[in-house]
Write a protein that binds this ligand. Structure first.
Ligand code: FNR
Length: 386
């Protein structure tokens, strides 16, 4: 697809594949191990069938709603994705700006390339910040204080990465920091000269939230070694309570797939939780997030807002998730494809695609307002997705 002919998220994906060095495109595109869960996330949405209604006045429509009490132009936020600044130079800054202009939240990863200070300063809307709890708790504490100082309006605490799952493509492509120099990797860069030129033109090429904030960690290889050893295998619910205390603002817990975990999340006082399997990048062999959603909703019984991510590729999927009971969804790869394809314009394009599809789908369900979407819009109000 050429830029003027883009009408779907898949078109953006194809264009990104042409423009981004293979190791970074594959890094975004792949899932863990056999990629079974990654595929299930997308596939299961298709089993949720919507009721078509006719002869309803649908002339006055709105997709606007709230997520954790904050206004959103549609029930969609951008998921935190590490190294987004490698899909396109200054990637996180450009994506956050596109989101602010559209009126949806941008969640910045702990492992972003641009620093949280730079992204927050460039965005006219407060960003959300995603935290990985590092073994170095003093670092985590300082990072939370920095997120507060930068006026981030929610903390998304990710719980499903105490250990990093394997992704075979990353190994095959020689993805490492800094990239290995051999014929394979040199070809990957040499065939994408525009990407290289833009990357050489920015100072943002390190992990901006970490670089300069940890002693003895300066260049890219010591940075990535530090990150690799900092994921905390001992993380537990007491630590989560400690994070909540440090932060003091709206807290969203990410990676809740199980009803028992949902109950624990309620106990520590989460304002919202994200039903997520990390986009099929962590526990391969678990169910799709949309299949897990009803169990989490049952466990929580309205005591916390429930969000979902994983496999959302169309506006139809947003409506399906909302009809099933999620207050909102997040998208990871779709916005990364947009970013890799066309920078800020590509992220805006992805948001426009989602919005247009959502609006038309809602209308053809005979609904004017996203707030009124519910199980009554489903052919089978309790679809079996396993
Ligand atoms: C992620 N995800 C992720 N999550 C998180 O909490 N912190 C992170 O740094 C990252 N990094 C990351 C990188 C890349 C390249 C991807 C694709 C994903 C997971 C992400 O927030 C989200 O859960 C999934 O992307 C949702 O699935 P979809 O929308 O990509 O299908």
């Amino acid at each position: 697809a050429t830029p003027d002919k883009i009408t779907t998220i898949d078109d953006l994906k194809k264009l990104a594949k042409r423009r981004v060095p293979r190791m970074f495109f594959d890094y975004a595109d792949s899932g863990a191990l056999t990629e079974d869960t990654y595929r299930a996330n997308e596939r299961d949405f298709e089993q949720i069938k919507l009721r078509q209604r006719v002869a309803v006045n649908i002339a006055n429509r709105s997709t606007a709603t709230k997520m954790i009490g904050q206004d959103v132009a549609m029930p969609l936020a951008i998921a935190p994705t590490g190294s987004a600044g490698l899909q396109h130079a200054d990637g996180e800054i450009l994506a956050a700006q596109a989101c602010a202009e559209f009126g949806v939240p941008y969640t910045l990863s702990t492992l972003s390339i641009c620093s949280l200070e730079d992204v927050a300063a460039a965005s006219s809307r407060p960003i959300w910040f995603q935290l990985y709890v590092m073994k170095d708790r003093e670092f985590s504490k300082r990072l939370i204080a920095r997120a507060k100082a930068a006026k981030c309006s929610a903390l998304v605490l990710t719980l499903d990465l105490q250990i990093m799952a394997q992704r075979h493509k990353d190994v095959r492509n020689g993805l490492s920091a800094p990239p290995k120099i051999n014929l394979n990797t040199m070809t990957q860069f040499a065939t994408k000269p525009l990407w290289c030129l833009k990357m050489l033109g920015t100072k943002n090429r390190q992990f901006g939230n970490i670089h300069g904030h940890v002693e003895n960690v300066s260049d890219l290889s010591s940075l990535s070694a530090w990150i690799g050893e900092q994921f905390d295998e001992q993380l537990n619910w007491d630590d989560i309570a400690w994070i909540k205390e440090q932060w003091g603002g709206p807290l969203i817990l990410k990676g809740i797939m199980d009803p028992e975990d949902a109950k624990m999340a309620l106990k520590v006082g989460a304002d919202a939780m994200i039903v997520s399997n990390h986009g099929g990048r962590q526990l391969d062999g678990t169910e799709s997030s949309i299949a897990a959603l009803p169990k989490v909703l049952d466990a929580v019984r309205g005591d916390s807002e429930i969000h979902l991510d994983g496999g959302v590729r169309t506006g139809i999927d947003i409506l399906r998730a909302r009809a099933m009971g999620a207050q909102g969804v997040y998208v990871g790869r779709p916005y990364l494809y947009g970013l890799g394809a066309m920078g800020k314009k590509g992220v805006t394009k992805a948001l426009q695609i989602f919005h247009k599809e959502l609006d038309i789908t809602m209308a053809l369900c005979g609904e004017n307002n996203i707030e009124n979407i519910g199980r009554h819009n489903l052919i089978d109000p309790n679809p079996r997705l396993l």
